[in-house]
Ligand binder design. Structure first.
Ligand SMILES: Nc1ncnc2c1ncn2[C@@H]1O[C@H](COP(=O)(O)OP(=O)(O)OP(=O)(O)O)[C@@H](O)[C@H]1O
Ligand SMILES: [Mg+2]
Length: 265
């Protein structure tokens, strides 16, 4: 049985006011973003730099509002869902060094969502450190006493501490070197549970393909392609084809001359 839809983007547009002196000029980043994500899915969000992946991520978790259209979680606006479900969604960012308070111990960092929920931690920090494959003794260290990869594991532990329903990973492995990335991707596969929905944003298609069974390709102001990773060798849009060509040794349909004349499929 397929799970119910959890996140729904309905024809979203997003524009920003450009800082010009005399004219009020708007720039559209999205004109019509439309997709559905079911509970328990891990969905990759791919696209070239500057296409709006992080902007869309913020809309999904209700930190920003669309200019037009609706971003819904369980049928209500994402920003409202966020307020009524404290600590039920979390984010893992690229800049792990800035996202952990340097004056807190690792235990305090990991337990932050539990404090928001006023839950008793009861050994949760140690349990989570084991889950992210770090020694329990690290609970009493400070962020500057960990390597980048170790600190990102701590940030993942914090993100998962309150068993969130939605986790947004925005370039979460992008600033780590390749072997450390591989270790964290393996760890994430192990940590995902069927009741948690993950959105994994990256410009690194290899990382996305490694973790996510489904990929949304963003380009030209919308989702240009929505594919199962296993079938991604059959992508047709120009954006997806170019991204795939740049990283994967797939025989894309474009290579075989089957891409639609307008490049969008
Ligand atoms: N608050 C804002 N005001 C004006 N422009 C913005 C704002 N936030 C983002 N932008 C612009 O929106 C565009 C999309 O940015 P975004 O960070 O979402 O791209 P991205 O796909 O995540 O890029 P990257 O892969 O480099 O992280 C960029 O051109 C950026 O400058
Ligand atoms: Mg980004």
């Amino acid at each position: 049985m397929t799970n119910p839809v959890l996140i729904e983007a309905r024809h979203i547009a997003k524009s920003y006011l450009l800082p010009t002196l005399f004219l009020r000029k708007y720039k559209d980043f999205f004109t019509d973003v439309d997709f559905r994500i079911r509970r328990g899915e891990i969905v990759g969000l791919a696209g070239p730099s500057g296409v709006g992946k992080s902007t869309l991520g913020r809309l999904i978790i209700g930190l920003d509002e669309p200019s037009r259209g609706e971003m819904l979680i369980e049928g209500i606006p994402a920003s409202r869902w966020r307020k009524s479900h404290p600590a039920r969604m979390s984010i893992v960012m690229q800049d792990y060094a800035d996202s952990a308070n340097p004056s807190w111990t690792v235990r305090q960092v990991i337990e932050e969502p539990l404090r928001i929920l006023r839950e008793k931690p009861k050994g949760r920090a140690e349990e989570l450190l084991r889950a992210v494959e770090l020694p329990e003794s690290y609970a009493d260290r400070y962020p500057h006493q960990l390597s980048g990869g170790q600190l990102q594991r701590v940030c993942i532990a914090r993100a998962l501490a309150a068993n969130p329903e939605i986790v947004l990973f925005d370039e979460a492995v992008s600033s780590l070197d390749v072997p450390v990335q591989a270790g964290i991707l393996r760890l994430l596969k192990k940590l995902h549970t069927p009741d948690s929905t993950w959105i994994f944003i990256s410009h690194d298609l290899c990382a996305i393909a490694n973790l996510c069974p489904r990929i949304l390709f963003l380009g030209e102001g919308k989702v240009v392609e929505d594919v199962e990773t296993a079938g991604s060798s059959r992508v047709r849009s120009r954006v997806a084809t170019q991204l795939l060509r740049s990283v994967l040794p797939f025989e894309t349909e474009a290579k075989a001359g089957k891409v639609a004349p307008d490049g969008t499929g």
